[in-house]
Structure formats: C-alpha cells, structure tokens
Design a protein around this ligand. Structure first.
Ligand code: FES
Ligand SMILES: [Fe+2]
Length: 365
C-alpha cells in the first residue's frame, strides 16, 4: 500500500480524524516504526535489575515492533550504560541473559568489551589493518532516568527533561522515591486492535459515562479537565466525593480540587496514571496492524489508599476499554468509514494526538 501524507486540520472545530488508512495500511505501521517509535522516549521500567555494580541486563526494545537488542549495564564505578547488545564482529547478541559480570564476552568468537561497551580484545585478529576503531565499540544509546525509572531513545528529538517537564513540574510533590513495584497488580493485555486506536480511546473522557459505569459513579464528569502539552496531554479526573483524592500541597496549581487521578499521555505510547496510592504506568506496544500489547506496571507509594477512587478496578475499566477499542478496529476497516469529526468540548486530546502522528509521519526518515 502506498503511504500518502496524513493531514489533520489544526483547528479542532474544522478538523476530522486521521484517515482510516493510517490504521489499516501496513505501510503506515512499518514507517511509524522509524518515524515515531525509534525517535521517541521509551519507558524501560525501574532500575532494580541493574542495582549492583557488574549488573548486565539484556532487553529487546519494543518486541514485535522495533525489536532492537539493548544491553543495560552498571560498571564497577557504579556508572550506568545503555548499549547496543549486538557484537561489532558479526552481529551476535553479546549478552543473552541477565547476570553479574566483570566484562562482556561474545560467545561466538570471543570478542571482549568492558561494561561501558568499549572494545577490549579479539582473538585471531593479528594482521587485521586499521583495527580496532571507534566502530568496534558497542554503540551507546541515549538514556536518562527520572526517579526510579529508566528511559531510552534511539534517536532523541528532544531531551528527556523536556519530555517529562510538565509532569515533573506539576507533580513535583509526588513521592517518586517511595514507589514500590507491585507485580501482583501488574499485567499485560493483548488487544486485537491497532496501537493508535488504544491511544485514541485513552485520550478522551467523553466515553466514560457510556462505557465505564462504575468509574462514572466516582467521577464528576462535568469537571473533567484536559490540558494539551508539547509532548502529550494531561487529563484530570475530579471526584464527586472526597474519598480517594490527593492531599495536595499548597504549591499545587490544583489546590482545592478533589482530584482522584492525573492521566498523563506522552507521545507516542506512554501513559503515566497518578493516583493517591501511587502510579500505574501503561506502555502501548504495537505487535502488528491489528494487535497491540499494553503493559500495565503498578507502583504503590501508599497501600492504605488502594481501595478508593478512580484508581480502583483498573482491570475492569481496562476490559471495558478493550471491548470498544476492538469494536472500533472492526469499524475502521469498513468500506463505509474513513474519518469522523471531533467534539470541541471533549476530544481535543485525540485531535492533538492525531496532529502529532500526522506531523511525525511527514518527517522523512
Ligand atoms: S560475532 Fe561476536 S565475536 Fe564474532
Ligand atoms: Fe476508558
């Protein structure tokens, strides 16, 4: 299928949604790997697997989409490194399982690297001209940390600080350092839909009264707020009652509001959902044109607040969303559907996302 330019009118009142071909044509998905995902900040989880000097942690970045082999290490001087996990000799994976090492040795022909990725030695290479060079080190991948979390980006278009600034500034009181990973509350959902349809659904509260009856009972729909950010958007869920709401500090711009959740979405596939009990991170991972994995990773800072507010029953709400997103997947493939109009009152977050997709897809790459 050919990849025509995508366009979305900047004026919400005039705009229509992305053409359904973006969700249907495989060419767009293939191109979005380089134009969207390989240029974006990806949340890699917390730093626990690389806490100790000598730690070696191989991962595959966005398995099923980018499939990029990455190696995270902590060297003997306690410095963190994010490296390409591909041997510079003939391309074998350097580390195949997590461990604790003094150096990295490729098991194919014995090339050795430091935990900082620097080439150290290679057997049987006497007589090889102009060797080694810079290209024989493992490639360094840009990365950064925020609280306990690691982010990496194969080709950054903005600094991590800039990407996270609106979150870090508004929630500068949030106890990031107290978050504890809760495996029992974390899980992956496999959704039979295009990744962007999952994001579309996340980006509006418009459907809450229609789809999420229990959540709708807890929230004050009329006070639901959306704020557009340079790299994403924020939705603020205001509660009907005081139960399950944040104790906001006097410095918060939201002081006086009964806020039960801050739902951040950061382009293209990261959702940071802050609740009074902690943080639910959702990472949307394309697996194919009609298949998406959404990883929910739950971090708790205050167990006593787990039972109330918008942050309860996350699994139920997720399943309710899944049903409609899978329904839309079937609908956008129809010969009778191409694009729809936006609610000015309720869908500016979706419009913003569509504008960002159209802009990213139009950059040559
Ligand atoms: S591929 Fe690694 S040493 Fe040959
Ligand atoms: Fe929803």
């Amino acid at each position: 299928m050919k990849d025509l330019p995508l366009s979305v009118d900047p004026n919400l009142a005039h705009a229509s949604t992305l053409s359904s071909s973006f969700y249907k044509d495989h060419g767009y998905l293939e191109r979005s790997k380089d134009r969207i995902f390989a240029r974006s900040w990806q949340w890699m989880g917390d730093l626990d697997p690389v806490k100790i000097p000598g730690a070696v942690w191989p991962i595959t970045l966005l398995e099923g989409c980018l499939d990029e082999p990455v190696l995270i290490t902590r060297d003997s001087q306690d410095r963190l490194h994010v490296l390409s996990n591909v041997c510079t000799h003939r391309g074998m994976l350097v580390a195949e399982s997590p461990g604790n090492e003094r150096f990295l040795r490729c098991r194919y022909h014995g090339r050795r690297f430091g935990l900082d990725g620097q080439f150290q030695s290679m057997p049987e290479f006497d007589g090889v001209c102009a060797f080694p060079t810079e290209r024989d080190h493992l490639a360094q991948i840009p990365f950064g940390t925020w609280g306990p979390f690691l982010f990496l980006n194969l080709d950054p278009q903005c600094a991590l600080e800039e990407f996270l600034r609106p979150v870090a500034e508004r929630l500068n009181w949030f106890p990031l350092g107290e978050l504890r990973y809760s495996p029992g509350r974390s899980r992956d959902y496999l959704i039979k839909a295009h990744w962007a349809l999952y994001c579309d659904n996340f980006l509006e509260g418009f459907h809450i009264p229609f789809i999420h009856s229990s959540l709708n009972e807890a929230l004050d729909y009329g006070s639901y707020e959306v704020e557009l950010l340079p790299q994403g958007s924020l939705q603020i869920a205001v509660s009907k009652g005081a139960e399950g709401t944040f104790d906001l500090p006097s410095t918060s711009p939201d002081l006086g509001k009964k806020i039960s959740a801050y739902y951040y979405w950061l382009f293209p596939n990261l959702m940071l959902n802050f609740y009074p009990w902690g943080l639910s991170v959702n990472v949307v991972k394309p697996l194919g044109p009609e298949h998406t994995r959404v990883s929910f990773r739950c971090y708790v800072s205050d167990e006593s607040k787990l039972g109330a507010g918008a942050g309860t029953e996350l699994d139920r709400v997720e399943r309710e969303d899944e049903v409609v997103v899978e329904g839309v997947q079937k609908g956008v493939k129809s010969r009778f559907y191409d694009r729809g109009r936006f609610s000015v009152a309720r869908e500016e977050g979706v419009h913003h996302f569509h504008r960002m997709v159209a802009a990213a897809m139009s950059v040559p790459g």
